[in-house]
Design a binder for this molecule. Sequence first.
Ligand code: GLC
Length: 749
Amino acid sequence: MRRPFRTGKAASATPRRGLKASLSSRVKALTAKMTLAEKLGQLNMLSADFAVTGAYVPIRYLDGVRSGAVGSIFNLWGREAARAAQKMALEETRLGIPLLFALDVIHGQRTIFPIPLAEACAFDVGLWERTARAAAAETADDGVHMTFAPMLDVCRDPRWGRISEGPGEDPFVGVAMARAKTRGYQGEDLRKPGNVAATAKHFIAYGAAEAGRDYAAVDVSDRQLDEIYLPPFKAAVEAGVAAIMPAFNDLSGVPMTAHGALLDGLLRRRWRFDGVLISDYTAVQELLNHGVAADLVEAAALAINAGVDVDMMSQAYVTCLPEALERGLVTMATIDAAVARVLTLKERLGLFDDPYRETAALTPGDFAAHRALAREAATRSIVMLQNRREVLPLSPTARRIAMIGPLADSPQDMLGSWAGAGDRTTVVTFLDGLRAAMPDAAIRVSRGVPIDGDDVSGLADAVRAARDADLVLLCVGENDHMSGEASSRADPGLPGRQRELVETVLALGRPSVVILSSGRPLILPWLAAQADAVLATWQLGHEAGHALADVLTGAREPGGRLPVSWPRAVGQIPVFFGQRPTGRPMHPEQQYTSKYLDVANTPEFHFGHGIGYTRFTCGAPRASASTLAPGERLTIEATLKNVGSRSGEETVFLFTRDKVASVARPALELRGFAKIALKPGARGVVRFELRADDLIFPDAALTPVFEPGEVEIYVGPSADPSRLVGASVTLERAAPAASKGRAARRGRL
Ligand code: GLC
């Protein structure tokens, strides 16, 4: 039974107020000259074949450029290729509108940095911005104008392969990453050489895919949207992000590619986002699979009426919007508004005045500096999960080292997913790095078993190698395509027969370090009790080997702290520190409380966990005042002391707990993170700022409110309650004069 076709458009079909007023005279004049076909061409984005990032059928995309039916291309890079395609657009089409080139530069272009989840472990906004700047410089150097990054999908489900691409489990980290990466990629002016347009993706709640299965439906509450998934995107919009990409998923039954209420209603009308909305790969056409469009004409109308300006790879706009116009499913005003936004982006990039953007080529010195930055980022991404018997840092006398496992010398797997232009031949593998750092050591390599499959024929050799060694390094984990897009795992442990390899070698009792390479937390409840040291190295990029060696030898300490709780069991998922307490909080001695019979509630390792080569104590937080009223802010200090024997750097987190409020509040909320480096025996103070606005939350009606009452503040090295020290402050109503101006803002953030 056909249901009445709805265009999915928010109430008004006219472009958002204020948009026309902000258009340049060039864009207005150009739009007025364009034929319908030329307009639709500007809304059509096709993939070249330098990389494959979706179901790909060979497309003669350059024919589309010549005919004016393609306005932007992705998955093409390199000056010559970009120049050739741009020349076609400029000289062979009627209006000579320049092409936009885009690419998934997720963690580096030519120099590959650690995957985003790894870099999140650094809890260092300056580093996040610097790596984005380096990536932008290399991207622009390759003739590309836009990256489809940062990926801002908060995720609490390691089954989902794309957890590797994002900021981890917490929106506060997501907000900080959004700001840093948008600044890093875009700089102050998109026209400036070395800057590229950024794309915040995937809007919205893609990381909450049902059962952790990629592309699956999403059902999250409005509260979760407001408190968890929207904040990083709001931060990106406030930072001036040039584009946003709607997610593949439906949200409570409405596919994001057709979600007029959130795309046009929230992003455009409430948040005043004036950039471009680019569909994900064939997502417009996929509205048929979602079952909300009977044909491609309806799909195209739904998407453009919802606010999606650019159709990536469906070719629905160029082929079907003329019929949609005839059928009255879309207006020319809507099409013109989308065209204007695309042309305005090209204008902001300076493409009309300098379509080839021929910047001075990067020098070998620039690339060397980027490699050094990649090495620094990698050492700060490595998380030491445990270090029993203090086997690390390695003793300088360690002479006979066995490197065992399929990831000891595996270049491609160090790069991780989304490493398009990264040259695997210049990757420093773990073996390369150790050989360079310990030239006098006898390093014996034995693969043992492959990453996947049942071949255990190499086990005996691995045992022999381990038996003869002073130290065993077990290099195990996932390959580069076991995480990332379309790479969910229902049982995210060690693939293949690697567990057998690890347990067989550890049973020999040699001093051991287990080095995990993965795009996600691996669920290995059996490992901690058997291994001495365990390092989570994620996928560290080009400088993986040097960074690992820096950490193993103690030249650098492992600087990473977990941006995601590490589950003990799949059955715990989602496990995260911001859970609400429930009416029956877990109590070990009481039966009727919220717990499992077979597994503890707590994660294997808490958010923020990670150890270095020294130890710190952290004193109680000291607030600059005992009360806080709307519009005010507090300084919170805590004194740390290095009580170990080596210099080191600690990461300290600031959490709050609102114990009594008009709605149940999370057990902990992250409000800040800071780092402090101290020499042995030295003391130092970390400082946080806590603004009253930071404590505004959505009440039962999702109205942002600031509620008087006591709020606990905690500081510590992780979200492990046993490691936190607390104090409290009292939130007060605004002084009478101030309260008049503070009508509670209604609706979404
Ligand atoms: C992919 C991804 C998206 C990427 C796009 C273009 O399917 O979902 O993150 O930017 O296609 O490659």
